[in-house]
Design a protein around this ligand. Structure first.
Ligand SMILES: [Zn+2]
Length: 408
């Protein structure tokens, strides 16, 4: 019985995702869709058409990747995992080593499958719209670096988790503690050690802009000593900024792709990032995600014991049961995504509002948003249901409307 329920959930999740993706495309590109009123001053019909074409091309990639993922998952469930378990058993008697081999094979196959989709996305689609600035050499170097970092960081973590699985059947809270600790560790080392492996970070040199940003930082009473420019332009022309890390690793990072914006707009974007910090969005998200993951692991643990006790699939080892349980619960979790995204969208509104207050007017935030949306070819009319599921930011139209209300 559980066997069929398991398959139903995994397949249904993929189908639901497919429906949402295709429906969103149809909704956003239907002939009746028009440029939202608030964006009409900056968007021509040609810009609008371009953003719809971009959506069409990226949606094709999304559909391919959902279908490929489902196919791979099913192949693994029916055949791959039981087979990998046998392979690992032949190589060693140590359960932890077996687990590492088992996850290692799964990980490598996943990477190999994703590479062609990734290449097509970067060098065909992103290239077509003038976003891609990455060379094949950078792509290969990135992929290798990612793999090395994953091995260095995750092999010890995985060994620890496997050890916990082996000694205790009721492992959910222990695994959660390790997992939350690991997340904090990553967010601390990310700006210091990981991000610099992929990009150059140079202190902002424009003294005038720097002193204006520093003034905002002071007004917001945040302790940030240095503003960095990241050479994002070596991979993409898309634009962004972020504030990251904590304690000594805290820093404000601007993509070099936004430096040609009018000064006030750069300040508005900085104000938005500062808003996330002042309103404590990152610690709040860490707490929410930690609670969420603890609950998730609790469920994975339940299913895990069920799978081992009733031998639902042709497997017998803790690591294989873990991955089946994890796949099952992840599929269920997809249906909780709207809740997490709802909270994140609330945070975005708060940060927009903070920026407007800090600059004394929402107009610069509005014009910078229009610029980002236009240059990033964002979808102007996302399907509301798709938005609820996938958008961590409100749609451009909603953000600008909300900001305009602040004008009064
Ligand atoms: Zn934001």
């Amino acid at each position: 019985m559980f066997y069929y329920f398991f398959l139903f959930v995994v397949i249904f999740e993929a189908i639901w995702e497919l429906i949402l993706t295709i429906w969103n495309l149809k909704y956003s590109t239907n002939p009746k869709a028009s440029i939202p009123e608030v964006l009409k001053d900056k968007f021509s019909e040609e810009d609008f058409k371009r953003s719809k074409d971009y959506l069409k091309d990226t949606t094709k990639i999304k559909i391919t990747s959902i279908v490929v993922n489902l196919a791979i998952t099913l192949i693994f469930i029916f055949w791959g995992f039981p087979y990998f378990e046998k392979v690992a058993l032949k190589i060693t008697n140590s359960l932890i080593l077996q687990g590492l081999i088992f996850f290692g094979i799964y990980w490598i196959i996943n990477i190999l499958v994703k590479i062609p989709i990734d290449l097509y996305s970067n060098f065909v689609v992103e290239e077509k719209y003038g976003f891609n600035t990455m060379t094949l050499k950078t792509y290969i170097a990135d992929t290798i670096k990612h793999m090395i970092i994953n091995v260095v960081l995750f092999a010890p973590l995985l060994s620890l988790l496997l050890w916990i699985l082996v000694i205790d059947n009721n492992w959910w809270w222990k695994v959660s503690i390790v997992f939350v600790g690991f997340q904090l560790f990553i967010s601390w080392i990310y700006p210091l050690f990981l991000a610099p492996l992929f990009n150059k970070f140079t202190p902002l040199e424009d003294e005038e802009l720097k002193s204006k940003i520093m003034k905002l930082i002071k007004e917001a009473s945040i302790n940030i000593k240095e503003i960095y420019i990241m050479d994002a332009s070596r991979r993409t022309r898309k634009q962004n900024a972020y504030l990251t890390g904590f304690g000594k690793s805290r820093r404000l990072v601007l993509y070099d792709t936004i430096l040609n914006y009018p000064e006030k707009e750069i300040l508005a974007i900085v104000g938005h990032e500062l808003g996330h910090h002042v309103k404590k969005h990152i610690p709040k998200l860490i707490v929410i995600i930690s609670v969420f993951y603890t609950f998730l692991f609790y469920l994975v643990n339940l299913v895990y014991n069920l799978l081992l006790n009733y031998k639902v699939f042709n497997i017998s080892k803790p690591y294989s049961a873990f991955i089946y349980a994890f796949i099952f619960i992840s599929s269920l979790v997809f249906f909780v995504m709207p809740l997490i995204n709802f909270i994140q969208r609330k945070f975005e509104y708060e940060a927009d509002e903070f920026s407007s207050k800090l600059l004394g007017s929402p107009e610069y935030m509005i014009s910078s948003l229009k610029r980002i949306i236009k240059e990033n070819l964002s979808n102007l009319n996302p399907l509301p249901l798709y938005k609820a599921w996938h958008y961590s930011h409100p749609s451009p139209e909603e953000r600008i409307k909300k900001l305009s209300e602040l004008k009064g």
